[in-house]
Design a binder for this molecule. Structure first.
Ligand SMILES: *Cc1c(COP(=O)(O)O)cnc(C)c1O
Length: 859
């Protein structure tokens, strides 16, 4: 029997040790455990028997092996049994109670590994650790077998996943819809050439978490034409037809029975489309043609949209997601109205709320209109009332190039009926403005949905369609929501002042503290004398009163050190570089983008390197050793971002191999950034960088994860940084840089040639130009910091402008780090002030202020 000493992360530490030391013979130990199905085990023996059962009776490998990989799949299937049971109960309960339900539609989810999260939420971590020990394995190794399903690019997808966790935990009748991309976001490898992309085949050996629903299949049409019938009804016919097939990924709540669903769609061609005649005639390729074409639709996340083909594919993805999800929502609405409950369509928006995560699912609007009118026979006005009281839209960006626009020609060809509906919505909007706000008529060219100002390229503006059709529009941090109201959507705001809201983002405290830093969690629980902070994050403020307590500081520092050592080991494994765990861990991890300004970071690192080299030995003794780590993927076609990755790696090569400085400075590029890497890096971080040009980062969520883990922030007044700084206190935040309201003025001055660069900025650029970091051509990167014109050039991101104040903030960091007791205090205060940034708070606000839904806990 395994010892029962349990440390508070739930992992019996002694169990791990014994598994290592005694190295139990796998076949021998597992023979003692009979393979018995136990779908909802509660103790280690039941769990072990159920894992054995799956190893024997739902095999995916030859029976002779039970190595970590095999053990992972059997373990995951065993967990899945429990999740299926709970999912069924939750669904039956929702069906019976018939509450208003929210559907969150998102093109992206970044779920991260599911095994450790699921057993953590189920409260079965100890049982699973002990069971695996009985089977000759240790939980940690098994957990590491799981691939990250990378069905998203970055923050927007991770937000959707945090939201699902909170919706389940808060027992809300809600679930998510997405797409089942065969290949997720690419796998990043770093070579001498810089970033290289490889296919991420997350489904290579199937995913144990998805449950295919062969009975949940909907027809999807593309192209074709619109027929007008004798009674005036319009009907979309012809074109290509395929099907959307549902897969459910169960999402368990933390310490609740409620288990909701992420339903993802896969495109396939209807079975009768397999051309048997052609196949028999030997034309094998032709026969499989339609199958192949259908499979392309969900092949990859964000196919490049440089080509017409690529654009069409992306629009097909968007439509598939919206159409399948809405058909499903309508079907459920009808299903829940049994024969004794005759239904009224007018009730629809009292039972259904649809949230669009950015404009990617905008086609939900014309699709709901089409289904209600053409399939259900409603008139325009009734369909419009229902649609516009059902859908709500979250805006995630004010970057002009990220505001989606589709060619009218492409839209009219692929989705002729939807294009008609969109044009009609636009027409009615014009009529409305003429009637109630004639003063806005001269603004209509920028407010309308259809923009034909460029006769060669008329487009559909998806954001305008969303704003006009949604009952609520929200930004994702206070600053961002203000910019929406005052700038991007100012005229809409004057037309519908109550439509606009703010919902500051949040992150789930389960994945982003409780499970990713068990060490810190134990300490927090001990000092707060409760673990209720895991579901009531505001309780963290209780740590403030102990921030000066030497005992807490000692424990806190020890936990940080343990996390640093764990991450240092990981870095050594993946990069071969040895990291000093006593150095300041300074981390910037996020998608590589010019507005996020990884370039500003690396330029200051180069400056630091130069200055360290100039120090005397005595001065060197006083310097604070730092390990600067950057990680993130650059979009495959984003050349400037890839140059930044290359520069970071080249600087690392030089600095890390320079014996004069490598004890004081290391520069490491963390390869293949994803959720799992974030879970290792964030708890280890002491300083994290959130240094976007003010006004450009809508919110950011990694800033919240870092602050929650006691990492101090160096940052600009941008996105949620503003609110984080307010919550944790100005003195615990290293602020620098231009303010959002000054950015347009500074850009103008720059364009007019009035900007005088700091000599240190020039010095660093000259140093790169000198070839110090190799012979790669950094010309285009340096040029982006020079000229004075236009978007994307002429230092649009104000790196030169903010460089001096950034260097000053960095000196303050060094100074502060010298006083370790004070630094630890700031770290404690950072965690203590992070309560607001729980996604539970965010989701509760969505539920109360936008969705109008209530908790529906399974009894
Ligand atoms: C949280 C998270 C992000 C978002 O990071 P930002 O710094 O807010 O842009 C992106 N990717 C992953 C894997 C994350 O966990």
């Amino acid at each position: 029997m395994a010892p029962t000493t349990i440390v508070s992360n739930g992992l019996p530490e002694t169990v791990f040790k014994m598994a290592d030391e005694n190295s139990v013979s796998i076949s021998e130990s597992s023979r003692e455990i009979p393979p018995i199905a136990h779908p909802t085990p509660e103790d280690a023996f039941g769990v072990a028997a159920n894992i054995q059962y799956h190893a024997h009776y739902s095999p995916h490998f030859s029976p002779s092996k039970f190595e970590p990989e095999q053990a992972f799949f059997s373990t995951a299937e065993s967990v899945r049994d429990t999740l299926i049971q709970r999912w069924n109960e939750t669904y039956a309960h929702f069906h019976k109670v018939d509450p208003k339900q929210t559907y969150y539609i998102s093109m992206e989810y970044l779920q991260g590994r599911a095994l450790s999260n699921a057993i953590g939420n189920l409260g079965l971590t100890d049982a699973y650790a002990a069971a695996l020990y009985k089977l000759g394995h240790d939980l940690e190794t098994i957990v590491e077998q799981e691939k990250d399903p990378a069905l998203g690019n970055g923050g927007l997808g991770r937000l959707a996943s945090c939201f699902l966790d909170s919706m389940a935990t808060l027992n809300l009748p809600a679930w998510g819809y997405g797409l089942r991309y065969k290949y997720g976001l690419f796998k990043q490898k770093i070579t001498a050439k810089g970033q290289e992309e490889y296919a991420e085949d997350w489904l290579e050996k199937f995913s144990p978490w998805e449950i295919v629903r062969h009975d949940v299949v909907y027809p999807i049409r593309f192209f074709g034409e619109v027929l007008v019938e004798s009674d005036g009804k319009r009907k979309w016919v012809g074109g290509e037809q395929l099907q959307a097939l549902a897969y459910d990924i169960p999402i368990p709540g933390y310490k609740t029975k409620n288990t909701i669903s992420l339903r993802i769609w896969e495109a396939r061609s209807p079975p009768q489309d397999f051309d048997l005649y052609a196949f028999n005639a030997g034309k094998h390729i032709n026969a499989a043609d339609l199958q192949f074409k259908a499979q392309q639709i969900c092949a990859v996340l964000y196919p490049g949209d440089e080509t017409e083909e690529g654009k069409l594919l992306r629009l097909k993805q968007q439509y598939l997601l919206c159409s399948a999800s809405l058909q499903d929502i309508l079907a459920r609405f009808k299903e829940r109205r049994s024969k004794d409950k005759p239904f009224l369509w007018a009730e629809f928006s009292k039972k259904v709320s649809v949230q669009m995560n950015d404009t990617h699912p905008t086609l939900a609007i014309p699709e709901l209109m089409r289904l209600l009118m053409d399939e259900e026979g409603l008139g325009w006005d009734e369909a419009w009332t229902i649609t516009s009281s059902t859908v709500a839209y979250t805006n995630h960006t004010v970057l002009p190039e990220a505001l989606e626009k589709w060619s009218q020609a492409v839209m009219a060809k692929l989705l002729p009926r939807h294009f008609e509906i969109i044009a009609e919505i636009d027409k009615q909007f014009h009529a409305l403005v003429g009637k109630i706000r004639p003063d806005l008529e001269d603004k209509l060219s920028s407010l309308s949905i259809l923009d034909s100002s460029n006769p060669d390229k008329p487009v559909v503006r998806m954001a305008n369609l969303c704003v006009i059709s949604s009952h609520t529009v929200n930004g994702v941090a206070e600053l961002h929501s203000d910019i929406l109201k005052k700038e991007l959507f100012a005229d809409f705001n004057s037309l519908w002042p109550t439509k606009f809201q703010n919902k500051t983002n949040g992150v789930t405290p389960r994945r982003w503290l409780r499970f990713c830093s068990p060490e810190l969690s134990t300490i927090i629980t001990k000092w707060l004398r409760t673990d209720e902070w895991v579901t009531n994050l505001d309780l963290l403020t209780g740590l403030r009163q102990f921030a000066d307590d030497k005992q807490l500081q000692t424990e806190w520092a020890a936990a940080k050190t343990a996390n640093k050592q764990r991450f240092a080991k990981y870095l050594q494994d993946v990069t071969g570089i040895e990291v000093d765990s006593n150095s300041l861990f300074d981390i910037q991890i996020k998608r590589i983008h010019e507005y996020k300004r990884q370039l500003l970071n690396i330029l200051s690192v180069i400056y630091r390197y130069k200055k360290i080299k100039e120090l005397s030995k005595g001065e060197q003794m006083k310097a604070v050793p730092r390990t600067v780590m950057l990680g993130g993927k650059a979009f495959a076609t984003y050349a400037q971002a890839k140059r930044i990755v290359k520069l970071v790696n080249d600087v690392g090569q030089v600095v890390n191999n320079d014996r004069d400085v490598s004890h004081l400075l290391k520069v490491i590029f963390i390869p293949n950034y994803n959720v799992t890497v974030a879970e290792l890096a964030i708890p280890a971080s002491e300083l994290s960088q959130h240094i976007s040009t003010a006004g450009m980062e809508a919110s950011g969520t990694s800033n919240m994860k870092f602050a929650l883990n006691g990492s101090l922030i160096i940052g600009t007044l941008d996105g949620a940084n503003v609110e984080i700084r307010e919550e944790i206190g100005k003195n615990n935040f290293f602020l620098f840089g231009a303010r959002a309201e000054d950015v347009p003025i500074l850009r103008k001055q720059r364009e007019e040639g009035k900007f005088v660069p700091d000599p240190r900025f020039e010095e660093v650029k000259d140093f790169i130009r000198s070839g110090k970091f190799g012979d790669y051509d950094y010309g285009p990167l340096l040029e982006s910091l020079e000229g004075n014109t236009g978007y994307g050039r002429g230092d649009y991101f104000l790196v030169g402008q903010d460089f001096p104040s950034y260097l000053e903030a960095q000196s303050k960091v060094d100074e502060a780090y010298r006083n370790q007791a004070h630094w630890i205090k700031m770290s404690i205060l950072s965690t203590a002030g992070s309560g607001k940034f729980s996604s539970d708070r965010t989701i509760l606000q969505y539920a109360q202020e936008i969705w109008k839904i209530q908790a529906c806990p399974v009894p």
